[in-house]
Design a protein around this ligand. Structure first.
Ligand code: ZN
Length: 435
């Protein structure tokens, strides 16, 4: 696929996915349109037929794979990414009144650039649990009007603010939800109204804040993307689109291309839906067994497998070039970035870096390298976790971006199509051998 359709679809994906719940729904929608059929973890996988499958785990992580005609399965080609982004989330008893205002109590999720949430037009999105007869249904909700604001203090009341803004997470981040007027609707009533159900049917919710400004192209020549959640929905999108593109060819091979989009990466991945959970190893084992393989075949398939951990990378920032390692300064629209760290904060090894470089060469896509400054602590990804759990050879890569973990991030408009092309090549690649 050329640059333009991928770029437009990415902007639509980002805009439709203000929360991990919505990101999973957006992913499932694209997979369904490409012929991926849902399979539940509670189904029997004992007799898996060749075809395209997808399953959702816990509502916030989603997996998809293609079963080829051939048996036995000789390995997996896994692309891993994450559906969550740092943001502000409502506490259970969120509503309160103070000094004539209605406000909402929030928690900070992940490593938020707190200042970026100030004076933005914000709203709420998430999922709501609704009584439907004997069942409890989970429904997506999204308010589109800007109804929340984390208001800054006027400079006249804090003359030193530009010497360094200090935000107390408990005191200073609560958004204003309106004025505290008698008879104003509470949040539960607003949710019931939005979902067109009776108020007493609303049993609970998981709600988070998002910036209502839609994703857009930016820059003099529209060569950039301005959007929330590029980290890491841009890589979720590349992994999904590449799988859809690679599916026809994969059906004729003997490896299983697999995309795994996990929740909770931004808070350490330790949850039932994060990369530390057993969801991925269980699914891989069930696939091998479901194609008539033994446990021995499963272990052989793992040994023949490869993983790309796809998570956004730091492009060089022109105003802070000193924060970057001198010879590892990725640029926007310069192609995928291979991330390397000797402390294993990234899972890349010598052989997997070579593999990825070769894939880029084959796809005629330029490639860049990132290493963190040695005197700064390095971030991490799901790469080291997935590779530790499974013992699979892994490479950590991502597209370059600025403003990582801001409510409004900045990426390149040409990088998404390049990454998608390389990941499609990866899904079909033979085992290169090596350690
Ligand atoms: Zn990330």
């Amino acid at each position: 696929m050329s640059n333009e359709p991928i770029l437009q679809d990415l902007l639509a994906f980002l805009g439709a996915s203000p929360t991990p719940f919505h990101a999973v729904a957006s992913a499932v929608e694209r997979l369904a349109a490409a012929g991926f059929q849902p399979i539940a973890e509670t189904d029997t996988w004992g007799d898996l037929q060749p075809g395209r499958y997808t399953f959702v785990h816990g509502g916030t992580s989603v997996f998809a794979f293609v079963i080829p005609d051939a048996r036995p399965i000789s390995g997996f080609r896994i692309v891993g990414a994450h559906t969550d982004s740092p943001n502000l989330r409502l506490k259970p008893n969120a509503e309160y009144k103070k000094e004539g205002y209605a406000q909402l109590g929030v928690e900070v999720y992940g490593g938020v650039l707190l200042n970026s949430w100030l004076d933005r037009d914000l709203s709420l999105a998430g999922r709501v649990f609704v009584r439907d007869g004997d069942r409890v249904e989970s429904r997506l909700v999204r308010f589109t009007k800007p109804m929340l604001r984390v208001a800054q203090l006027a400079i006249h009341l804090d003359r030193d603010v530009n010497d360094g803004l200090k935000l107390n997470r408990q005191e200073h981040l609560a958004p204003i939800f309106g004025l505290a007027s008698e008879g104003a609707k509470d949040l539960t009533s607003l949710l019931a109204e939005e979902l067109k159900v009776d108020r007493d049917k609303v049993l609970g919710s998981d709600l988070m804040l998002y910036d209502v400004v839609p994703p857009t192209l930016g820059g003099r020549d529209q060569e950039m993307i301005f959007s929330g959640r590029l980290d890491n929905l841009a890589m979720c999108h590349a992994g999904l689109r590449a799988l859809i593109d690679a599916a026809p060819q994969a059906a004729a091979g003997n490896v299983v291309p697999f995309v795994a989009l996990f929740d909770h990466e931004e808070v350490g991945s330790e949850s039932a839906y994060g990369a530390h959970s057993g969801a991925l190893p269980r699914a891989l084992e069930r696939i091998v067994m479901g194609r008539g393989g033994s446990r021995e075949d499963f272990h052989r398939a793992l040994a023949g497998s490869l993983c790309v951990s796809a998570d956004m990378a730091h492009a060089v920032h022109p105003n802070y070039e000193g924060r970057h390692e001198a010879r590892h300064k990725p640029v926007l629209n310069g192609g995928p970035v291979i991330k390397i760290n000797a402390q294993q904060r990234y899972a890349t090894s010598g052989p997997t870096a070579v593999l990825f470089r070769e894939l880029c060469a084959k796809a005629e896509v330029p490639v860049q390298h990132y290493a963190h400054r040695t005197d700064l602590p390095c971030g991490s990804t799901i790469g080291p976790i997935a590779s530790t759990l499974l013992g699979i050879r892994t490479v950590d890569v991502g597209n370059p971006m600025l403003s990582m973990h801001s409510v409004r991030e900045l990426g390149g408009a040409k990088d998404p199509a390049m990454m998608t092309k390389v990941l499609a090549a990866f899904y079909a690649c033979p085992d290169p051998g090596g350690a």
